[in-house]
Design a protein around this ligand. Sequence first.
Ligand SMILES: Cc1cc2nc3c(=O)[nH]c(=O)nc-3n(C[C@H](O)[C@H](O)[C@H](O)COP(=O)(O)OP(=O)(O)OC[C@H]3O[C@@H](n4cnc5c(N)ncnc54)[C@H](O)[C@@H]3O)c2cc1C
Length: 248
Amino acid sequence: MKYAVCINHVPDTAAKITVGSDGKTIDKGGVSYVISPYDEFAIEECLRLKEKNGGEVTVVSLGSDAHKESLRKALAMGVDKAVLLKDDSTRDSFSVARALADCLQEISPDVIFFGKQSVDYDDSAVGLMVAEMLGLPSISVIVKLEIADGKVTAEREVEGGREVVETKLPAVFTAQKGLNEPRYPSLKGIMAAKSKPIEERPASAAPPKVEVLGMQKPPARLAGRIVGTDATAVPELVRLLHEEAKVI
Ligand SMILES: Cc1cc2nc3c(=O)[nH]c(=O)nc-3n(C[C@H](O)[C@H](O)[C@H](O)COP(=O)(O)OP(=O)(O)OC[C@H]3O[C@@H](n4cnc5c(N)ncnc54)[C@H](O)[C@@H]3O)c2cc1C
């Protein structure tokens, strides 16, 4: 069985982000980068499937040399092969998906995993676009997965409950928090990953279909106002919430 996981290399969720001087991208200076958290669930699930059913796990990332740091961490977690689709050009979700789909077609995995969303641009688009491009079934936002004799049963989160769905392999999945608890790389894994090769391939070109015109930080929060400290303040508080804040 062949498994493939696509991972993005994104700013640490705790990083303080500022908009770059072009007003269109983030300022990368001083920002530390990590594997996008939902992609870690995807890696863990493929490792567990491999441990149960045998096979090989390949991790793929599209981007600059900096992505090697996340690929190296995936290798330390236990994946077998890492591929960097090397590219520094401007790409949108479609363009990212096109290059990943072309690479995955060559690898021809039975199971293809993505995170449900990349925590940088939050499009939640790439995984399902790749499924469409490859003509494969997809199950998104999964919290449970069972594979037996080529038959797949997955549970996905829906508002207020879970939906149980079936499909056949090959198929594409996007991982939601709760699917599993990602492992930490062991010291042995970290040492072994240092000598594992990262294969570099050119990313296939696909002109972007959307363009980022600008990025803005949310407006600064206004200072709070204390209308009183006992029950006599309640009518004024209600009036302000109704007439000024317009929230009730
Ligand atoms: C080379 C390059 C240049 C870029 N330039 C710009 C730019 O100039 N301006 C700008 O605003 N944005 C830029 N981006 C960001 C790009 O627009 C987003 O990364 C892309 O649209 C994906 O959207 P998302 O991050 O919201 O992914 P989602 O659709 O939220 O991602 C879902 C899942 O897809 C997979 N995935 C996403 N991205 C990658 C990846 N790169 N490699 C492997 N798997 C992935 C992950 O599994 C992820 O969990 C660039 C990205 C790349 C790779």
